[in-house]
Design a protein around this ligand. Structure first.
Ligand SMILES: *Cc1c(COP(=O)(O)O)cnc(C)c1O
Length: 369
């Protein structure tokens, strides 16, 4: 039994997020058979709402394809379905998630090049340009919009320009940006983007989705997996017969989370709110002498920021101290693991929560290292 008077634990990791009461209540929605009209209606509302988060997506003829799985499932389904077996992809990476897309292409045995840059630097467009000039045959450019490894919002305009010059289609991992950062569905040569319910949209884990241009779904599928084939989900949804059992309760929660996003003013209002909270965290930590990992303020996402661990301090005690006070923060990955920590302000997080977070960090730093 959980103790109702116990302090709630606030998730400041990049998903899953702390739920609002409204979304949590939606989890107890009616039991549904996914082959009945009630589920069809629910999935249709979710699809419509996903397309209207960015109205240009609906106007430009994108389709929302829902699947059951975490964000990685949606990214892998997008890459698998849309990069044809005889295609060739260039992956522009500056973090874990970009490099993960190259691993997907390798698992699918598809021709690709990985331009893996320093994780703390912008995507290296000169190296991408040189690679495109040196060899032909590329059909797709793959990138991550918000690289959660470091909190960098990659400059997609630059990659979009490269795609236009070289006639490539763009596939984006927008898992940690969809719902809170600008995605230019009418300006970028974006064939598809993949995202999930439980990050900026504030739903629960279980449901993820791909927004894909209608014409891309009229080409034969490149999928090398039965489960991660967007064509199967798309055709199934059109008949009201999803091919596999969907996470019904997570779909109820996502639907409510999308209604809540609309009621709160949409993605721009969410970006403003995240920026305000991230600014409050930044001001508080800067006051404690904690230095951001990325030195370019222009490059920061509104969703998550990465920080150097203070000199002489290890991640473990900081994490444990914060956890005892009800906050879950996130470690660095790979080579950055023992140098940094990350704080996301997605989910039902308030200014009061952030003020208490900063006070708690200050109290931990006052203790002997
Ligand atoms: C969270 C995340 C993913 C997917 O993670 P899952 O654990 O599979 O949900 C993919 N890309 C980015 C950029 C992410 O932040």
């Amino acid at each position: 039994m959980t103790n109702p008077t116990a302090m709630r634990t606030l998730l400041l990791n990049p998903g899953p997020v702390t739920l609002s009461d409204r979304v949590r209540a939606a989890l107890a929605g009616p039991d549904l058979c996914h082959r009945e009209v009630e589920y069809e209606n629910l999935a249709a509302e979710v699809g419509r709402r996903l397309l209207s988060v960015y109205p240009a997506a609906a106007q430009e003829g994108y389709t929302a394809v829902l699947l059951t799985g975490s964000g990685t499932a949606a990214v892998e389904a997008m890459v698998g379905t849309l990069v044809p077996p005889d295609g060739k992809a260039l992956v522009a990476a500056n973090g874990v998630y970009g490099e993960r897309m190259a691993r997907m292409l390798a698992a699918q045995r598809k021709s690709h090049r990985l331009i893996a840059g320093d994780w703390t630097r912008p995507v290296d467009t000169d190296r991408i340009e040189a690679c495109l000039a040196a060899e032909g045959g590329f059909t797709h450019l793959l990138a991550v919009h918000h690289e959660t490894t470091t909190g960098r919002l990659n400059r997609i305009e630059d990659l979009a320009a490269l795609c236009r010059r070289h006639g490539l289609s763009l596939l984006l991992d927008t898992v940690s940006s969809f719902g809170a950062e600008e995605i230019d569905f009418s300006g970028w040569p974006l064939e598809a983007c993949a995202a999930t319910a439980n990050k900026c949209l504030h739903g629960v884990p279980g449901i993820s989705f791909v927004l894909v241009r209608g014409e891309a779904l009229r080409r034969p599928s490149g999928a090398t997996s039965l489960y991660l084939d967007l064509h199967g989900y798309h055709a199934g949804a059109a008949r009201g017969q999803p091919p596999f059992t969907p996470a019904v309760q997570a779909t109820w929660a996502l639907c409510e989370a999308l209604r809540e996003l609309e009621d709160e003013g949409g993605w721009r209002a969410r970006r403003d709110r995240y920026r305000m909270l991230a600014g409050q965290v930044a001001e508080g930590l800067a006051g404690l002498g904690i230095v951001p990992l990325l030195d370019d303020p222009e490059a920061l996402s509104c969703v998550l920021r990465a920080w150097h661990l203070p000199a002489g301090r290890a991640y473990g005690p900081l994490h444990e101290g914060l956890k005892a006070a009800g906050f879950v923060i996130y470690a660095g990955q790979g080579d950055l693991a023992d140098r940094m920590f990350r704080i996301s302000t997605m989910g039902a997080v308030t200014e009061t929560d952030v003020a208490r977070l900063v006070e708690t960090v200050a109290a931990i730093l006052r203790r002997a290292a």
